[in-house]
Design a protein around this ligand. Structure first.
Ligand SMILES: N[C@@H](CCC(=O)N[C@@H](CS(=O)(=O)O)C(=O)NCC(=O)O)C(=O)O
Length: 209
């Protein structure tokens, strides 16, 4: 397949898709959009919702990061084994999306003044994922079922971003701590995380993390 990611030079809302593609042994092209070309060119007008990321699979074009994630999950069998598992995966992914929206609002609108409060309140959100993991076979595997799903890549990226913001944020969540270590040690994920492409890409457009 000919995959292309069209996005700003950030991890942002696409690093979990990059984790998924890497873990599934896939390659992709990066079409990096600068803020100038975004405001002066016609990319914004062409984007369905006037926003990035965009994703192309050959001539097939898609926007909305969670739609991109779900599209790929159907190609690589990352959506659980049945309707119930798929629904639980959707529930977990929607929970990650809620955390992401909160994180992005904090990063872009209230970083300096809101940092202490955001970090203090973090356990309230993390606890939900610790409990979700615990309910799935004692939390030694994936967030739902006994195979990796697209929600795992999203949760992993989200947790790693929060460990950069607050290095000890998983201190009281042993299952999540082991989960991050376990998933980031998967060989293809490990080499992606060690790549310059990943390491040199900022998490957020304003450089705050
Ligand atoms: N729901 C969309 C949100 C996309 C979005 O907010 N994109 C931002 C960039 S980022 O927050 O994803 O980094 C954007 O295009 N901003 C520029 C603009 O809105 O003109 C998704 O999940 O893809």
């Amino acid at each position: 397949p000919e995959y292309t990611i069209t996005y700003f030079d950030v991890r942002g809302r696409m690093e979990h898709v990059r984790l998924l593609l890497s873990d599934q042994g896939q390659h992709w092209k990066e079409e990096v959009v600068t803020f100038d070309s975004w405001t002066q060119g016609d990319l914004k007008k062409k984007a369905v919702f006037g926003q990035l990321p965009g994703f192309r699979d050959g001539s097939f074009s898609l926007y909305q990061s969670n739609a991109i994630l779900r599209y790929l999950s159907k190609i690589y069998d990352l959506y659980g084994k049945n309707a119930k598992e798929a629904a639980l995966i959707d529930m977990a992914n929607d929970g990650v999306e809620d955390m992401r929206v909160k994180y992005l609002r904090f990063i872009y609108q209230n970083y300096e003044d809101g940092k202490a409060d955001y970090i203090e309140k973090l356990p309230n959100d993390l606890k939900a994922f610790e409990q979700l993991l615990a309910r799935n076979g004692g939390g030694k595997g994936f967030i739902v079922g006994d195979q990796i799903s697209f929600a795992d890549y999203n949760l992993l990226d989200n947790l790693m971003n929060h460990q950069i913001l607050a290095p000890n944020c998983l201190h009281d969540f042993p299952l999540l701590q082991a989960y991050v270590a376990r998933l980031s040690a998967r060989p293809k994920i490990k080499s992606f995380l060690e790549s310059d492409a990943h390491k040199n890409r900022r998490i957020n457009g304003n450089g705050k993390q």
